[in-house]
Structure formats: structure tokens, C-alpha cells
Design a protein around this ligand. Structure first.
Ligand SMILES: Nc1ncnc2c1ncn2[C@@H]1O[C@H](COP(=O)(O)OP(=O)(O)OP(=O)(O)O)[C@@H](O)[C@H]1O
Ligand SMILES: [Mg+2]
Length: 508
């Protein structure tokens, strides 16, 4: 009994916040929930990133849902990576359930059912706001990382970007990138070599293969116009609630490379465009990545390095990143060591290897006089988790086995009709899903070369006709030539250069 009171005091003291916070639930001791012993996360430390882990079916995704809803309620927008397509229900209120009432009575929190402002986004051709970005926006360095290029190959990429820049050739999609690569080792070879240095055919061939690989994973859907403005992730609805932006990624599970590329691009773009945040006391945006092992799986070392450093840096922009995955070891150590909030759902001990993993996980949590962490880890029920947060001073809060509150919104997906209504009401879909067919490097080079060819061909035909007439009267026999004029014209650097000259003038 004394223990219980002491524990209650230990928790309430440890989880008292000066500023605003989100209540996750109430602490538990020996399997019993202590009503009103609230476990809270201060808004101030939500940009310090976090992890939600646990065996399958233990409640990770619902915990993500609870956090997202409560953030929205506080006017903080959220971005959710929905791998299984099980989050759209957030737009509708929970139908309620006696078990939910029981849970909330134990915690000591009234249960309120409500839906939240939701925007559905997509990386592919599914319904939703299309998320796209142009190649030139990323610049040669990031594109080289994405493609996992060597130093020499990255150098070539920089030359190509510079060339396109100097000649006002927009690089929008992967088709443009492929075209300029091919052009650089073919028609434009001499010209580029003179101005920027030699590009070996082996290097451009290797780069081309990497681009094709990304294309095969669906990268061509992601690169292009209209480019998504990340400020649109920060919308607040008319009631002051943050939008919950759900990226539907159900069709990306078997394309991890595309997913890690997308995540890196998105984080880099957010990092580049969001202003530096002083001590505002609350995050600007919180991003949740469900089934997060997918970003790290198959990601190259260069990509991992880049993700790790962006995770570190993005905090200063007021952006919190939350990884949701079964096993904490799915997340690289360099990322794990930066996480402030840890919510560990139950782990199952089926094998010796499982037991080892549990011991290891337990060691990563703060010590507690009240728990044997490894034992608690295996005895937690569904919708219960071990929580360790950062208090407003950045110090870990007491370890708390927690009975988590239930989501206010529906724990199931939207019906087709509901989804249709949601999509129809979206302003962003109208803005971003219009097909744009702007001419870029690919079309421009092709078109101009073609025009030049046609003109030359016509001139040549006329000239030949005239010559034929002349030769019949003069009986000249020498008709054989080496390479045809047409061929010479097509491959002549002078003509290509003049084509580009016209182009750059046109575009100025
Ligand atoms: N906080 C909660 N309140 C009420 N019910 C919950 C809560 N958390 C989990 N549940 C119940 O547990 C079920 C499984 O939860 P959830 O889908 O979040 O598991 P998961 O850990 O994400 O599983 P998976 O690894 O398969 O994705 C839910 O459908 C719900 O019925
Ligand atoms: Mg889940």
C-alpha cells in the first residue's frame, strides 16, 4: 500500500509539466492501473523524436493514432506514413465500446469520440494528393546520394546539373536526367568536354543503370511536377486543429528503396524550407513512420548516413520524428540514441533469441525501483506500454508501465463512400493532381534536334533535286559521298550548340 502511494507520488511528480502536454494514459503497478497517475509528454520535448515498438498486435499503431489525434487537438499538424492503410479512420469519430469506457474509467479520463481533419496523400497513382518533386530541386549532391553514386559519378552529376543550369534546361523528371546523360556522351560530348571536362562513357553508363533501377521501383512517379510545397503539411483547420496528413503507402511495401528515397527527399526538403525554431515550446510538425524498418531495410550506407544526420538536424526546425516498428533493433543505433520518447509495447519471449532481445531492450530503459523491466516487457497487455519520455529539462521521466488511452477516432479504416467524400472535399487534390506537361530537358533537346534534322533534310532534298537536274544536263557522275550531310548535321556539335543557343535565348 505504502509502495503504491509512493509510486503514485513518484509518477505524478515525475510527469508534472509547466507548459502544455499530452496525456498518454495512467501508470500501472503490478498489473493494476493507478487512476489519475497520469503519464504525460510535454509538448516542449516532442521535437526530440521517439520510438514506438512492440510485438505484432500489441497496439503500436493505436498509440500512434492517440498521439496524432492529441497533437491535432493542440493545433499541431501531423504527417503519418501509413504502410498498412489502417489509419484513415482518424477522420471519423469512434463508435465507442464498453471496453473503451472501462479503460478510460481506470485511467481517470473522460472518453470523447471525435473525428479529425485529414488529408490523404499518395506517392503513386492511388487516390490522394500527389506528392512529387523535381530532380533539379534536389540538386546534384542529394540525387547522387539517392542513386548511391561513387565520387567520380557524383562529379559527373554535378557537371550535368551545371550544364543544364547554364543552358536553362529544366531537369524535372528522371526522363530528363537520362536524356542529358545520353546527350553528354553522344551529341553534346565535345561541347561539354570543352567547357566542363571529360565524361567517360563508362561513368555515364553506370549512372544510367542506377537511374533505371530507381525507375523500376516507381521513382518516375515521384519525380516531376507539380512539386509539393511542404508548407501545405502545416495546415490548421477552422477550429484550430492541426491537419493529420496521411500518406498512403500500401503499395510501397515491396519497394523499400523508393520509400527511403522518398523519406530522405521529404526530410531534406523540410529541413531546407522550414525556418529555424527558437524555443517555441511546441513542435511545428510531427512525423510518424509506421513499419519504419522499411526505410532502413536496403538503404545504402550513404543514404543511411544522410538520414541519420537529417534526423539530428531537423529537430532545430521544430520537427519531431517518430519511428514505429516491432523491434527496436530495426532502427540503426545512431538514430536510436537520439530518441527522447520511448513507448515499448509488449515483447513475446518464444525463443532464446527473443529472450536475449528482451534483456537488451530492457537495458535501454531507465532503471526503476518499482519494476523489473524485462518481466514487465513480457507481461504488458494490449494497449499497454512501458513509457520513458523527456521532461521539460530534457531529463528522462520515471519509467512507467502505462495503460494507454483509446483513440477518439475510429480504430478502423474509412468506408469507400467516406473516403470518396473526403477526397472530393480536398482543396489540395485540385491543386496538385492536375497533369502538367511542361517542356523540360528531354522534350526540348528532342524537339530541337528533330526540327534541325527536318530542316536539314528538307534543304538537303531540295539541294539534291537541284543538283540532280544540273548533273543530268552536265552529265556529272561523281555522286558518291562519305557520310551523308544529314548524318553529319545530326551529330555535328556546332548544330547541337546552336540548338541549345536558340533554346537558351528562348528561355531567357
Ligand atoms: N490504446 C488502445 N485502446 C484500445 N484498444 C487498443 C489500444 N491499443 C490497441 N488496441 C486494440 O488492439 C488492436 C491491435 O492494435 P494495433 O493495430 O495498434 O497493433 P500493432 O502493434 O500496430 O500491430 P501490427 O504489428 O500488426 O501492426 C486494436 O485493433 C485494438 O482493438
Ligand atoms: Mg500496426
Amino acid at each position: 500500500m505504502a509502495d503504491k502511494q509512493a509510486f503514485f507520488d513518484h509518477i505524478t511528480e515525475g510527469y508534472t509539466t509547466k507548459g502544455d502536454s499530452i496525456t498518454l494514459g495512467a501508470a500501472m503497478l503490478d498489473g493494476e492501473t493507478l487512476t489519475n497517475a497520469y503519464v504525460k509528454v510535454p509538448l516542449k520535448t516532442l521535437n526530440r523524436h521517439g520510438l514506438i515498438a512492440g510485438a505484432t498486435g500489441t497496439g503500436k499503431t493505436k498509440t500512434l493514432q492517440v498521439l496524432a489525434e492529441n497533437l491535432s487537438d493542440k493545433g499541431i499538424p501531423v504527417l503519418l506514413m501509413d504502410m498498412k492503410g489502417d489509419l484513415s479512420g482518424i477522420a471519423q469519430p469512434s463508435p465507442g465500446h464498453p471496453k473503451i469506457d472501462e479503460r478510460h474509467a481506470q485511467i481517470g479520463l473522460p472518453f470523447e469520440a471525435k473525428g479529425f481533419p485529414v488529408e490523404i496523400l499518395t506517392l503513386s497513382e492511388q487516390n490522394g494528393v500527389r506528392l512529387r518533386a523535381t530532380v533539379s530541386e534536389f540538386g546534384p549532391v542529394l540525387i547522387s546520394r539517392i542513386l548511391d553514386l561513387s565520387e567520380a559519378q557524383s562529379g559527373v552529376m554535378s557537371i550535368l546539373f551545371k550544364y543544364c543550369d547554364d543552358n536553362k534546361l529544366p531537369l524535372l523528371d528522371l526522363k530528363d536526367l537520362k536524356k542529358i546523360l545520353q546527350y553528354a556522351s553522344d551529341e553534346g560530348k565535345d561541347e561539354i568536354e570543352k567547357a566542363y571536362g571529360r565524361i567517360s562513357p563508362a561513368t555515364s553508363g553506370a549512372i544510367l543503370r542506377k537511374i533505371v533501377e530507381l525507375e523500376q521501383q516507381g521513382g518516375d512517379l515521384f519525380f516531376g511536377e507539380k512539386s509539393f510545397d511542404t508548407d501545405d503539411l502545416l495546415r490548421i483547420d477552422e477550429n484550430g486543429r492541426g491537419y493529420i496528413n496521411i500518406v498512403r503507402l500500401t503499395d510501397i511495401q515491396d519497394r523499400p528503396k523508393l520509400f527511403s528515397t522518398f523519406m530522405l527527399c521529404l526530410l531534406a526538403e523540410i529541413y531546407a524550407t522550414f525556418p529555424e525554431q527558437g524555443d517555441s515550446g511546441r513542435p511545428e510538425l510531427v512525423i510518424f513512420i509506421d513499419e519504419a524498418h522499411l526505410i532502413f531495410k536496403e538503404a545504402s550506407d550513404a543514404l543511411l548516413d544522410q538520414i541519420e544526420s537529417i534526423v539530428k538536424l531537423i529537430r532545430s526546425k521544430g520537427v519531431g520524428l517518430y519511428f514505429v516498428t516491432q523491434n527496436p533493433t530495426d532502427v540503426p543505433d545512431a538514430v536510436l540514441s537520439q530518441l527522447g520518447l520511448k513507448i515499448q509495447h509488449a515483447l513475446r519471449a518464444f525463443t532464446a533469441k527473443d529472450r536475449k532481445a528482451i534483456k537488451l531492450t530492457a537495458e535501454n530503459y531507465p532503471l526503476s525501483d518499482y519494476y523489473k523491466t524485462d518481466e514487465v516487457l513480457t507481461s504488458l497487455g494490449i494497449g499497454e506500454a512501458l513509457v520513458s519520455a523527456l521532461n521539460e529539462k530534457g531529463i528522462p521521466t520515471p519509467l512507467a508501465a502505462t495503460m494507454l488511452r483509446a483513440p477518439m477516432s475510429r480504430m478502423d479504416i474509412l468506408e469507400d463512400e467516406e473516403l470518396k467524400d473526403l477526397l472530393e472535399g480536398s482543396k489540395l487534390i485540385k491543386e496538385y493532381n492536375e497533369e502538367i506537361d511542361r517542356d523540360s530537358a528531354y522534350e526540348m533537346l528532342n524537339k530541337k534536334i528533330e526540327t534541325a534534322n527536318l530542316k536539314e533534310a528538307k534543304e538537303k532534298a531540295e539541294k539534291e533535286k537541284a543538283e540532280a537536274q544540273r548533273s543530268t544536263t552536265r552529265r556529272t557522275t561523281s555522286r558518291r559521298r562519305g557520310k551523308s550531310t544529314l548524318e553529319k548535321v545530326i551529330t555535328s556539335p556546332t548544330v547541337i550548340r546552336s540548338v541549345l543557343g536558340i533554346l537558351s535565348k528562348m528561355l531567357k
